[in-house]
Design a protein around this ligand. Structure first.
Ligand code: GRG
Length: 314
């Protein structure tokens, strides 16, 4: 039986590819934030603070690289790349609020409600979410805009991002309102954890990939392969994120670390330990890479990203 290739990753080429995505997307995001005088200065400034902060731009990268894998172009998928980053930025702003994760530091900067105030941060998130859909609707082909909006709205809604976040909050001891069937699920903490993260973080990754594939007019075989990639990628990313929270440095990660343990949160390291978490993340990254076989060289960036995601330090 052939052995699977080890996950050896050339960090510099992944980082270079991600910086190209940033160079493409960031000016577009800045342009989208050139709002009229009807937008109050403080709100517009909070939106710039949150959206243009130095994140990794993983979701735009997934849009652009999946469209390339399916034979499309960055230019034709650019609104989708912008919109997924807007939804992501909004979710981070709201997640950092005192009512949710209550964080002071994000992307190496004060969180939005710390830099401005709570009401401004709530409105900033709301406005970024609306801007995401407005941006999708700016695509030259209205039928593309419609299909994109359906995919992104689902990923941002109660069955995905918001639902995963709600269950994650409910699972914390300070939130008493556990779902009625929680005790049945408790016997399978890992299954519960995966269900939360599939929705809270995974669905936006899946949507990013799907938006890129739609832009390229991908066929069913390619879309299914990308969907397998996205599911493995999303879980690998989350496990790596939990490991970074347990072991990473605040300076490189750009947010407070060690928080999950402080809050007694259910995480992959807390359920299965660091060692098994690492093995699981690597095996998922391997699965993600294998699912890209049908794309040949056009899947290179996606494959590199899946490898890097479990090895990164931020
Ligand atoms: C408020 C509806 C709502 C949802 C919040 C995104 C989210 C759901 C919570 C964020 C909490 C968190 C740290 C989750 C772990 C996974 C995650 C989304 C990490 C941040 O994503 P990166 O690493 O961030 O892509 P950058 O800053 O690089 O863009």
């Amino acid at each position: 039986m052939a052995t699977q290739p080890a996950l050896v990753c050339d960090f510099s080429s992944v980082l270079l590819s991600l910086s190209r995505v940033r160079e493409f997307v960031d000016p577009l995001l800045a342009q989208a934030l050139e709002l009229s005088n009807d937008a109050p200065d403080r709100l517009a400034e909070a939106m710039r603070h949150s959206l243009l902060a130095p994140g990794k731009r993983l979701r735009p990268a997934l849009v652009l690289w999946s469209t390339v894998a399916c034979g499309g172009s960055w230019e034709f998928a650019k609104e989708a790349a912008m919109a997924v980053e807007m939804i992501h930025a909004y979710s981070l702003v709201h997640d950092d609020l005192p009512a949710m994760d209550d964080d002071d530091l994000r992307r190496g900067r004060p969180t939005c409600h710390r830099q401005f105030d709570e009401a401004t941060a709530i409105l900033c998130g709301d406005a970024l979410q609306a801007l995401a859909f407005e941006t999708l609707c700016q695509h030259a082909d209205p039928s593309m805009a419609g299909r994109w909006c359906a995919v992104l709205a689902r990923a941002a809604g109660a069955e995905a991002l918001c639902g995963g976040q709600a269950d994650d909050l409910a699972a914390e001891s300070k939130h008493a309102a556990l779902p009625v069937n929680m005790s049945a699920i408790e016997s399978d903490q890992l299954g519960w954890l995966e269900k939360i993260h599939r929705r809270k973080t995974g669905e936006l990754f899946c949507a990013s990939i799907e938006l890129g594939a739609i832009a390229a007019g991908a066929d069913t075989q390619h879309r299914e392969a990308l969907s397998t990639y996205a599911r493995s990628f999303g879980l690998a990313f989350q496990i790596a994120d939990d490991i970074l929270d347990a072991q990473g440095s605040e300076v490189t990660v750009g947010k407070r670390v060690g928080k999950d343990a402080d809050r007694g949160k259910l995480t992959f390291p807390s359920v299965i330990g660091i060692e098994k978490s690492l093995i699981r993340a690597e095996s998922l990254a391997q699965q993600a890479v294998l699912s890209l076989e049908c794309f040949g060289d056009r899947g290179t960036e996606l494959a590199m990203l899946a490898r890097w995601i479990v090895e990164r330090d931020h």
